[in-house]
Design a binder for this molecule. Structure first.
Ligand SMILES: Cc1cc2nc3c(=O)[nH]c(=O)nc-3n(C[C@H](O)[C@H](O)[C@H](O)COP(=O)(O)OP(=O)(O)OC[C@H]3O[C@@H](n4cnc5c(N)ncnc54)[C@H](O)[C@@H]3O)c2cc1C
Length: 544
């Protein structure tokens, strides 16, 4: 969840300058097996390296004419605002080149737009763009990209304890609107992340207590592949019930456009404690992982770690430029005294092994918005553009880390410190048997299938080399992959998953990694509900 902001100012600036000069950047070669030969994505032969790009075919005059009657705002490449709208948040992808960007202000305009695209029999591809924070810029993959900056409505209903959000709403403003009325949801810590967060999971420090953000969805308004507007709930039947199951897990541009979300809110806690502990050496960090594994696996909150304790162990290696070699940080949904009672269990187990934190901080808040702002920063801050790459792994509940496998992880992490100017880390976000992330969802079965993990890890690389430097990119990728591999080696036959919200364009078996045993049913619903594959991107279900 957390990014490792090693001081990379100059490198970041240099890479940003390089990537913004790129003309056509698209999808890396690893996707070749599943995508080559299709008319919608092709290899860009003009690039110095083989990237995938959208076919160069421009929109047909009939699609253009149809779009002009939808009432939505249209931005073509010749418009002055186009570049800003077509710019990827991950700057390694530069400016992508959709044929048109459509900005609707109502569900009816979305439906009219999808009808125009559908009339082109699958030759025109469509991508909704929420917060634009998908890791591989897939929300810019289509010929027609839908920008939701005019549909950012957030309506909090304190009587029903539900909030309705438009497809353009982002986490910061949503958290603020709910928090000001004493409500909350579990979600990630980046204020500009958008609505796709809730379609692929949505993990934050409150998730051990309240589950994934998607577990709180009580209704979805969907524009389907025929441009029909459907409302999906737990009471839906027939094909609506299939979509209700499928969208919660695989809803990102596979089955239609979700135009509005209704979430059941939680009561914001009266007291919250944000904390951070830094440990100085890799050897100490390996021990912290083992202690978290031991206490986090307990099924009894008295002897283990109660669900109020949201935690992330972030390893970034020694001499990385950050404090120490790792940090254990998070949010406790309760008073500082209760937090200290829980932390004492961790501290006692560590001090018995001679490990103490080199820096400790803990701050109690009596206002949920203040507690979130302390972690997320300004909730209204504008989008930050940066170059990065990440992999993810979720264990099967019993990763079985030992002293030697934990050391292998910290060794691999240390080998990646500063590689090719990047800033790297591996996070261990705690779930476990007491975590609501692993409970049965309240609003019916769903395709999201990560319900067992003890830890949920992201191997994250900040200032990751761009596609225009294949040798540096390959070197950095190899080091990042080695951290992932070292982690998986702790249990070679374990049922490891990957997190669809940390979408990884280099992941070859992405279908089973993201969806496990649900893949076949998802593919079947995809081919029935969108037979011409108008909702498409390189890791869409049509390619899995
Ligand atoms: C800085 C940063 C921090 C993050 N922190 C966390 C975290 O703490 N916890 C966590 O769980 N995740 C986190 N994420 C991952 C995040 O949840 C996913 O990247 C998520 O997909 C982003 O949603 P978006 O709407 O911003 O993305 P977009 O790029 O807009 O969309 C992602 C995909 O969903 C599709 N899509 C978008 N809107 C819709 C819609 N309305 N209907 C159907 N399909 C749609 C797009 O076409 C695209 O394929 C983080 C990401 C970033 C970049």
């Amino acid at each position: 969840m957390t990014r490792n902001f090693i001081s990379q100012g100059l490198i970041f600036l240099a890479i940003t300058l390089l990537v913004t000069q790129q003309v056509a950047v698209a999808y890396p070669l690893e996707s070749l097996d599943s995508v080559v030969g299709r008319s919608d994505f092709s290899i860009d032969q003009t690039s110095s390296s083989p990237f995938f790009s959208r076919s160069k075919r421009s929109l047909s005059s009939s699609v253009k004419s149809c779009l002009s009657k939808t009432g939505a705002k249209l931005t073509y490449p010749s418009n002055s605002t186009y570049d800003n709208l077509a710019k990827a948040e991950n700057t390694n992808y530069g400016i992508l080149h959709p044929d048109v960007i459509v900005s609707p202000s109502s569900t009816q305009q979305v439906a009219a737009t999808v009808k125009c695209v559908a009339a082109d029999n699958g030759n025109t591809k469509f991508s909704p763009r929420g917060g634009g924070h998908g890791y591989a810029a897939y929300s810019l993959a289509g010929n027609v990209v839908m920008d939701f900056s005019n549909m950012t409505n957030i309506v909090v209903n304190s009587s029903t304890k539900q909030v309705v959000t438009g497809a353009g709403a982002t986490l910061g403003p949503l958290a603020k609107a709910m928090g000001q009325q004493g409500f909350a949801l579990p979600h990630g810590t980046c204020p500009q992340v958008g609505s796709a967060h809730g379609l692929g999971g949505g993990w934050g420090y409150a998730s051990r207590k309240w589950g994934w953000m998607m577990d709180h969805i009580v209704a979805l308004e969907l524009v389907d592949a025929n441009g029909n507007i459907r409302t999906l709930t737990q009471q839906s039947t027939g094909s609506d019930a299939d979509l209700w199951w499928a969208l919660r897990g695989a809803g990102s541009n596979n089955f239609g456009v979700v135009t509005h979300f209704t979430y059941a809110m939680e009561q914001a806690p009266p007291l919250t404690t944000n904390y951070n502990h830094v440990y100085g050496s890799n050897a100490d960090c390996a021990k912290v992982l083992l202690v978290l594994q031991d206490l986090g696996s307990k099924t009894d909150a008295n002897s283990g770690l109660p669900s109020e304790f949201g935690a992330e162990l972030l390893m970034y290696g020694e001499n990385s430029g950050d404090d120490g070699a790792c940090s254990l940080s998070g949010q406790f949904l309760g008073s500082k005294t209760s937090y200290q009672r829980t932390m004492k269990k961790i501290n006692s187990a560590l001090s018995a092994q001679g490990v103490t934190a080199t820096k400790v901080s803990a701050q109690e808040f009596n206002n949920w918005v203040d507690a979130l702002t302390n972690i997320m920063g300004n909730l209204d801050q504008p989008k930050v553009y940066e170059p990065y790459y990440a992999q993810s792994i979720m264990d099967d509940g019993t990763p079985g880390y030992t002293a030697s496998s934990a050391k292998a992880i910290t060794d691999a992490m240390q080998a990646a410190v500063g590689v090719e100017g990047s800033g790297n880390s591996i996070s261990f976000d705690l779930n476990g048997p007491l975590s609501a992330t692993n409970a049965n969802p309240a609003y019916g079965a769903m395709s999201f299938n990560h319900r067992n993990s003890l830890f949920f890890s992201q191997i994250y690389s900040y200032a990751f080399p761009g596609f225009n430097d294949p040798s540096a990119r390959s070197d950095a990728l190899q080091k990042i992959s080695a951290i992932t591999q070292a982690t998986r080696n702790a249990k070679p036959n374990g049922d490891w998953h990957a997190y669809q919200n940390y979408i990884d364009p280099e992941l070859k078996n992405f279908g089973t990694a993201y969806y496990g045993n649900n893949l076949n049913r998802l593919k079947s619903i995809k081919s029935t509900s969108d037979p011409k594959t108008i909702f498409d991107f390189p890791q869409g279900l049509a390619h899995a």
